[in-house]
Design a binder for this molecule. Structure first.
Ligand code: ADP
Length: 454
């Protein structure tokens, strides 16, 4: 069998004198090449071997060197083992290479027990793609190695020099490559820095633009606020100033038409009637303007309280019945589902619903106008729907603008101020006022109010 080794050794050598170091080195390289190690690994094994050989020659007068091929059970790869059995026992049974770098040349370097003795062992794995040598191939190798004539120390020196030159060349070419890489890296860095600077500059530029834009926007909003405030002030003042004379005109008109006054001719009575109706239209407008101005200037403070929707609806049913004069139009006020309470301002809410119902009755020729309350989660939906002419889609937002009236609807009277005012009030009450309408079929105005107020 194989004796103390995992398989039959490939080669034995004796290391006794200085000359043998060259021999061991040379044969080490040859064995490494023969078993299939790559060129660089051959040099590594040979160099490590000559270093260890020198150490052992000095410390224990030499060693018996054995080359063996083994299999690594873990990786399944073949491993070249070189074992050096010292001539005299190692001091303390330990071995430390003179040069610390030696251990890095091989996969493993250390002392292992071999029977009674200790041997210095080094190993190097064969490349993964190296064929596992058959026993026949190993026998051949043994014969080849045994028959090859060892060279002289000079030969080995020459070989060693050639390897050194090759290694130096490689180092140089690696350094050159590194330099090229470095300069490419610097170039790239410069490019990245330039891009970064450019981006930073663009960002700063954009930031400056945005800041300027915001300043302008702030200025414009302040101007807008000021304009809106002066408009509200103007409306409030003018309407307030107009109210007294208009009320006086209405009063005088009433006096003139009074039966206690001097009788008027039919024509005079007609003219006084015209004056009175125009004056009351004007008073209407003035009052609505005043309301709107008040709501816009934030001078309306809702009076929050628990509002009973059933009571409110009953009251609306009563007051609006008088307005529902067309026989083809029915006013339907549904009973709100219990518990019918909402935290709101009863007067303002009544004003909004009255306005919507009034519009419904005004713009509906036949069918019905319906007021309905529905609970939706944490909100109340109060809707006024009618079967009137409806409002064209593109005008559905415009009718919430001040003074806007859908063309063709002005003959029924009005100021175009009711809806903007209603929307302002609903907003004050913490809700929203929305419209859905289908021209020709009718409109539904919906007030959505939170249960617990704003
Ligand atoms: P006013 O009714 O005094 O004209 P509003 O602001 O209340 O003012 O309404 C603005 C316009 O919206 C009305 O002139 C009318 O053209 C349109 N409108 C409002 N409600 C209805 C409705 N229920 N059906 C059809 N059109 C409507």
């Amino acid at each position: 069998m194989t004796g103390p080794y995992p398989s039959e050794p490939l080669l034995h050598l004796a290391l006794r004198v200085e000359q043998d170091i060259f021999l061991v080195r040379q044969r080490g390289r040859e064995v490494a090449a023969a078993v299939g190690l790559e060129h660089q690994d051959q040099v590594r094994v040979a160099t490590a071997l000559s270093e260890v050989a020198r150490d052992l020659l000095r410390s224990v007068d030499g060693a018996d060197v054995t080359f063996v091929l083994d299999g690594d059970p873990l990786s399944g790869r073949s491993v070249l083992l070189v074992e050096l059995l010292p001539v005299r026992p190692l001091s303390d049974g330990r071995y430390e290479p003179q040069s610390g770098a030696v251990a890095r040349l091989v996969d493993m370097l250390g002392v292992v027990p071999r029977g009674e003795d200790s041997v210095v062992r080094m190993s190097r794995r064969l490349p993964a793609n190296a064929p596992v040598p058959t026993p026949e191939r190993l026998a051949e190798l043994r014969v080849e190695l045994a028959s090859s004539a060892p060279g002289t120390a000079l030969d080995e020196l020459a070989a060693q020099n050639a390897q050194l030159i090759a290694a130096l060349d490689e180092v140089r070419s690696q350094r050159d490559e590194l330099e090229v890489l470095n300069s490419e890296l610097q170039e790239t860095n410069r490019g990245v820095m330039a891009l970064y600077n450019q981006l930073t500059e663009e960002l700063e530029e954009t930031n400056r633009g945005v800041v300027a834009l915001y300043a302008e926007l702030d200025e414009k909003s302040a101007q807008l606020r000021a304009a809106s405030e002066s408009k509200s002030r103007f409306l409030a003042n003018v309407s307030h100033e107009l109210r007294a004379p208009v009320t006086a005109i209405i009063g005088l008109g009433r006096l003139l038409a009074d039966s206690a006054s001097d009788p008027l001719t039919a024509e005079q009575a007609r003219q006084v009637g015209l004056i009175r109706s125009s004056a009351s239209d004007l008073l209407n407008l003035v009052n609505e303007l005043l309301d709107l101005a008040k709501a816009e200037s934030g001078r309306i403070e809702p009076n929050w309280a628990e509002v009973d929707l059933r009571g409110l609806f009953g009251q609306l049913r009563g007051t609006l019945r008088a307005l529902a004069t067309k026989s083809e139009v029915e006013l339907v006020v549904e009973e709100p589902p219990a518990p019918a309470t909402v935290r709101s301002d009863e007067v303002l809410l009544a004003q909004v619903l009255r306005n919507l119902l009034h519009n419904g009755l005004k713009f509906t020729e036949r069918g019905e106008v319906r007021l309905r309350a529905e609970r939706r989660d944490d909100r109340w939906s109060l809707s006024v729907s009618d079967t009137g002419a409806g409002i064209p889609t593109e005008l559905q937002e415009r009718i919430f603008e001040e003074f806007y009236q859908v063309p063709g609807t002005t003959r029924v009277g009005g100021t175009g101020l009711g809806l903007p005012y209603a929307r302002r009030l609903v907003t004050l009450l913490g809700g929203t006022l929305e419209l859905s309408s289908e021209p020709g079929r009718g409109s539904t105005f919906t007030v959505l109010l939170p249960l617990d107020g704003a």
